[in-house]
Design a protein around this ligand. Structure first.
Ligand SMILES: [Zn+2]
Length: 57
C-alpha cells in the first residue's frame, strides 16, 4: 500500500498489512505518522503529536 505524508506530501510505501493506529515514519521528512484510515488508493495518515498536549478529542 501507499501512504501520503501529511507533513511533506510525499508518497511512500507502507506494509500491506498495516493497521489503523500503526505508526509509520515518512522516509522523506522523518515525521511519525499514525495510520488513521485504510482502503482506497492511499492510506490516510495523521502526524503523531509527541508533545503530549491534549487537543480535546
Ligand atoms: Zn514527510
Amino acid at each position: 500500500m501507499k501512504a501520503e505524508c501529511e507533513e511533506c506530501l510525499a508518497i511512500f510505501d507502507v506494509s500491506d498489512d498495516a493497521i489503523v493506529g500503526e505508526v509509520v515514519t515518512c522516509p522523506e521528512c522523518g515525521s511519525d505518522l499514525e495510520v488513521v484510515e485504510l482502503g482506497g488508493e492511499l492510506v490516510k495518515t495523521r502526524k503523531v503529536q509527541l508533545s503530549g498536549e491534549d487537543w480535546g478529542e
